[in-house]
Design a protein around this ligand. Structure first.
Ligand code: ARG
Length: 584
């Protein structure tokens, strides 16, 4: 479906041409003076220079031609040369009726849609999820849903950190604590027990203990390092322990991501990329791009046009070990071979931007991707506390994600109970939905690259630019609709009040908000849109007697309008990754 601005611009362009000017000048924008008009065209000003006429004269000529168009209730040429426009209620209603009945509200899918891998989450097994992982999960899930909405086939891949030093640390610590275990017995040849010798709570204590110890005890750190190398090389007892760590960690990670409404289609990790490394390195060798540098094997990625230094991408260290970049490149190879990806989007802390720049350049140089495959790092900023420093617990430690979710849930529950929003069995599920909306919206409303301050009072407020406010707007509409009865088939009718028209005009802006969010991988534009739309919806609700309206036809029109508003708001928050309760 054509966007409304495209339709209006076409009409105005035609009028420019009919008046003897180039149609180029007919581009229309949403008015920045809503008190004066709904849309405006400023083309007469630049046209004046070309046609050597006063801009107002050109605006008048165009207005005269446009005057006959039945789509406009106001066409006004205003000094020095503005064209101010308002749509007729009938035109607006006909347009929105099309929106209402079209699939996806008439938003066109991307003609170049294909297969998109979104790499987000990035949790590290054996370590608890901390708030740093929150942003990846929240932003990544939304970006994935937006990609899907525009017709792409999407694969969310969590890219677990399951191949690094944290595994060696756990192994070394376990050996110190329980040296008698069969995993450490050089003469034992298996089979290894099916049951892990630790639980998730053990693991949650073992890892930080080991990590702390390695910072003080150099010998222990060296043993952890050796254990890492041996497990990576396939030592059977260590591989068995790694399996246990995975088996114990994964269900816990899944539970955490579930509670965030975050779902991955692929639970692959760094370990899954390892089998792709030898082939990839051989390939790079044969292409002659893997070169020697201070004992390491690297790919040079500096380009003549660079204004800053981009260090080479190191693939094999002098001791033979492979690195984070090696794994990431092998992962790209896997993603190309398995899914023939058209786009790979990385939702990862912006502090890793140099790493991705190096990896992307190396991937192109090694032709691991097709030339047209898009590789993009969507770097996000830090979530800070009110002191402006990275968010910490009250005692200054790293806050675990579970704890953070618990805190905001408790905070919201207290409000739900105090205000008797719901009672009995409804309290927990409603609380969970509001808390999630507060948390996610508080994050997503910011441009991803920006740092932001986590402020529970502000995020969980029912008024202002917050998730709960958006939910509240939806719930309010739902309640009217359910009291009204069947509404789904009612058509949109011409607005009679300013509030109805404003709400309808806001609804026509949906495609622009979504397209911007898609193009820029910027969920914040959807937040800005739902906030604006909610404002108009609430104004309409306040100024209009909907259920008490006696004129049945009028009432049907109101109901159709709020029904469409509800569907649009619900679609938007689904793209943000949360949903509204039935009541609150
Ligand atoms: N596990 C990494 C971390 O915690 C994030 C992984 C991001 N994804 C990637 N393909 N490198 O920092």
């Amino acid at each position: 479906m054509e966007k409304i601005l495209t339709l209006i611009s076409a009409k105005v362009s035609e009028a420019f041409e009919a008046a003897g000017y180039d149609s180029f000048y007919g581009r229309v924008a949403v008015s920045n003076r809503p008190d004066l008009c709904e849309y405006q065209c400023n083309g007469a000003m630049p046209a004046a220079k070309v046609y050597h006429k006063a801009p107002i004269q050109i605006a008048n000529d165009v207005a005269a031609k446009l005057g006959q168009d039945e789509s406009f209730s106001q066409v006004q040429a205003l000094a020095p040369g503005f064209l101010n426009l308002r749509l007729t209620p009938a035109f607006l209603a006909a347009y929105l009726e099309q929106t209402r009945s079209a699939p996806r509200f008439g938003v066109e899918p991307d003609p170049k849609a294909g297969t998109v891998v979104v790499d987000y989450g990035g949790a590290n097994v054996a370590k608890p999820l901390h708030v740093g992982h929150l942003r990846a999960a929240v932003i990544g899930e939304s970006i994935k849903r937006i990609q899907h909405f525009f017709g792409n086939q999407t694969i969310g891949d969590t890219h677990l950190g399951d191949w690094g030093l944290q595994i060696g640390l756990v192994i070394a610590e376990l050996q110190d604590r329980q040296p008698e275990l069969c995993y450490f017995d050089e003469n034992y040849s298996g089979p290894y027990p099916a049951e892990a010798p630790f639980t998730i709570s053990d693991l949650e204590e073992i890892y930080p203990a080991a990590s702390g110890k390695s910072k003080e005890d150099a010998a222990f750190a060296a043993r952890a390092h050796d254990a890492t190398v041996m497990f990576q090389q396939g030592k059977p007892g260590y591989r068995a322990l790694w399996r246990h760590i995975m088996d114990v960690s994964l269900p816990d990670l899944k539970k955490n991501y579930d509670s965030l409404g975050v779902n991955f289609e692929a639970w692959l990790g760094e370990s899954d990329a390892q089998p792709y490394i030898p082939d990839m390195l051989r390939d790079m060798e044969s292409k002659g791009i893997l070169v020697e540098s201070e004992g390491a094997r690297v790919i040079e990625v500096q380009e003549p046009s660079d204004t800053k230094e981009i260090p080479p991408c190191i693939l094999i260290k002098s001791d033979g070990a492979t690195l984070y970049a090696t794994t990431d490149l092998a992962t790209i190879r896997q993603r190309m071979q398995t899914w023939n990806s058209d786009k790979i989007l990385y939702v990862v802390d912006k502090r890793q931007s140099l790493h991705f720049e190096q990896v992307f350049r190396a991937a192109r140089k090694a032709a691991i991707v097709r030339p047209e495959t898009e590789l993009r790092h969507i770097g996000y900023g830090t979530m800070n506390g009110k002191d402006g420093k990275p968010f910490k617990t009250r005692t200054g430690g790293v806050m675990r994600l579970e704890t953070l979710i618990q805190e905001i849930t408790d905070f919201v529950r207290a409000k739900v109970v105090e205000n008797k929003l719901v009672t009995g069995d409804d309290v927990e599920p409603t609380t969970a939905k509001i808390a999630l909306a507060a948390l996610k919206y508080g994050d997503l409303m910011n441009v991803p690259t920006k740092d932001y301050i986590f402020d529970m009072d502000r995020f969980a407020a029912f008024e202002g630019n917050t998730g709960p406010y958006i939910l509240y707007t939806i719930v309010r509409i739902k309640s009217i609709l359910s009291r009204y009865g069947a509404w789904e088939a009612l058509p949109i009718v011409p607005p009679e009040t300013a509030e109805a028209k404003d709400l309808m005009l806001a609804l026509t802006r949906l495609p622009d908000a979504l397209e911007l969010a898609y193009r820029d991988c910027a969920p914040n534009t959807i937040c800005a849109y739902v906030y604006e739309l909610s404002g108009f919806a609430n104004k309409f609700y306040h100024e209009t007697r909907i259920l008490a309206e006696e004129d049945k036809e009028k009432q049907q029109g109101y109901i159709a309008l709020i029904g469409l508003t509800k569907r649009v708001l619900e679609t938007c928050i689904d793209l943000l990754g949360f949903e509204a309760p039935e009541r609150m």
